[in-house]
Design a protein around this ligand. Structure first.
Ligand SMILES: [Zn+2]
Length: 465
């Protein structure tokens, strides 16, 4: 006795076919046309797309930043993700300077276990290699715990930034292990000088956050870290590529045959400095995230890069802060605005509508950049990211005709605003299954809080150019 999703079009990165999907327990027992319904509970998916559950590999739930904590904890963030069609996410455990990585792992599992509504993994954000680099051995320990990707920041000096020597040593180790380094690429020391000069000139509003981080500071850091990766033989994944200049550095690395990959995020694909900043008063603070919004011309470039496999993934960098009492910490000084925006709930809708409906990518490529490629790169494939025999039954019944208007008034993320306020999309998750259980039905969460499991990830694949 299983659940039979009948009559829909099943989509993978390579095909779209009319087929039924049989779920038995937590996994997929069969994908084939015309499966006999006798003995099964039938879910009619006529006219629907049947997609692998979305995978968002870049979120920051319950994360301390700038004197406050991101507004979605693991319960609220993963519930919002599920409602939007994301059934797996990878969040970041953040190593405190002066403390070992193993401690951060324990801290983040305490935040997440018993709260997550969907399955989740962790990256380790590395800030400190410890006395005599002793904590480099933590990298091995983390890989054994299922953390096969390590994040470094080339921005935020004295808070999160690591220097090139640390990057080099970390990459020597990950290269040896076959683990991945994810990079926030911005030249943090140059940006800090620009910031001080802007503040000294009396410019304190949120728009200056964007103006203090020009595209060259991002592209330079991408170039530098790709070079260090080349020196060490490490695989590298550039997070939140926001502009053409950085995209070109990723492309150059891939064209040289290096194991360089990259993602962009929904906000860089549909928002811009022209359309969304320059609002009166302090409103722009809602759009203060890093890298900042860029000029509108970059949107087309980033869509092209996704289509042409220069970039492999769409994520969100979901890092929500309320406007009323968190973003306002930066009134009168843009450097004190908590960096980040809410997005985990809207990624699949926006990528589908602006990608597939508007002809910027095929349906198959949409499935690839939102589920299959993230599963492969981050060591979860084929358990996640594909609808096939033996895979976890993480399934979206996706209504391609459903119209939806994004607004803070009805969203499930815990912010008092939406960066996509008023966006109209067509295409939305009608039902969401996670390991065989229907956890979202008609936009309502029907699962149990804490049902999400920590994913012990294996080593990922390099999706080479
Ligand atoms: Zn981030």
């Amino acid at each position: 006795m299983g659940t039979l999703i009948k009559g829909g079009k099943v989509v993978s990165s390579t095909s779209t076919t009319l087929a039924d999907v049989l779920i038995e327990g937590e996994t997929i027992a069969r994908v084939a046309p015309g499966i006999d319904a006798v003995g099964h509970t039938v879910v009619d998916a006529t006219g629907m797309l049947v997609l692998p559950g979305g995978i968002d590999v870049h979120t920051h739930l319950d994360m301390p930043f700038g004197g406050t904590t991101s507004a979605d904890d693991y319960e609220w963030g993963t519930r919002a993700a599920a409602i939007g069609g994301t059934t797996t996410l990878i969040d970041f455990a953040l190593q405190s300077m002066g403390r070992p990585m193993t401690e951060a792992f324990t801290t983040w599992r305490t935040k997440s276990d018993g709260k997550a509504c969907i399955d989740y993994g962790l990256h380790m954000a590395v800030t400190d290699l410890g006395p005599n680099d002793a904590w480099l051995d933590d990298v091995n320990a983390m890989v054994a715990e299922g953390i096969s990707s390590f994040k470094i920041f080339m921005a935020y000096p004295n808070v999160l930034m690591v220097n090139d020597a640390t990057i080099f040593k970390l990459m020597q180790r990950t290269a040896k292990l076959g683990a991945l380094v994810c990079v926030h690429a911005e030249n943090g020391t140059v940006i800090d000088v620009v910031v001080q000069q802007i503040l000294a000139a009396g410019n304190t509003g949120p728009l200056y956050h964007a103006l203090s981080r020009p595209v060259e500071t991002e592209a330079e850091a991408v170039h530098r870290v790709v070079t260090i990766a080349e020196l060490t033989g490490a695989s590298v994944y550039i997070v939140h590529v926001s502009c053409e200049e950085s995209m070109r550095e990723v492309k150059a690395g891939r064209e040289r045959g290096l194991p360089v990959m990259g993602e962009t995020c929904t906000q860089y694909l549909v928002l811009s400095i022209e359309d969304d900043m320059g609002k009166p008063g302090f409103e722009d603070a809602k759009y203060v995230f890093t890298p900042p919004l860029r000029k509108k011309k970059n949107q087309a470039t980033l869509w092209e890069a996704l289509k042409n496999d220069v970039l492999q993934v769409i994520s969100t960098d979901h890092c929500p802060f309320r406007f009323a009492d968190q973003k306002t910490l930066g009134l009168g000084d843009f450097t004190k605005i908590p960096n980040g925006g809410p997005g985990v709930e809207n990624r699949m809708q926006l990528a589908y509508h602006h990608g597939v409906n508007e002809g910027r990518m095929s349906l198959e490529r949409f499935v690839e950049v939102t589920a299959e490629a993230p599963a492969k790169i981050f060591g979860m494939y084929p358990r996640k990211g594909i609808l096939a025999f033996g895979s976890d039954a993480d399934i979206l019944i996706w209504d391609p005709e459903a119209k939806y208007r994004i607004t803070a008034a009805t969203q499930n993320m815990h912010t008092d605003y939406s960066i996509f306020e008023g966006f109209e999309v067509k295409g939305n998750a009608r039902q969401v299954y996670s390991r065989g259980e229907c956890i979202v039905d008609g936009g309502k969460f029907t699962g149990r809080v804490g049902r999400g499991q920590y994913l012990r990830r294996g080593l990922g694949e390099v999706l080479a150019g």
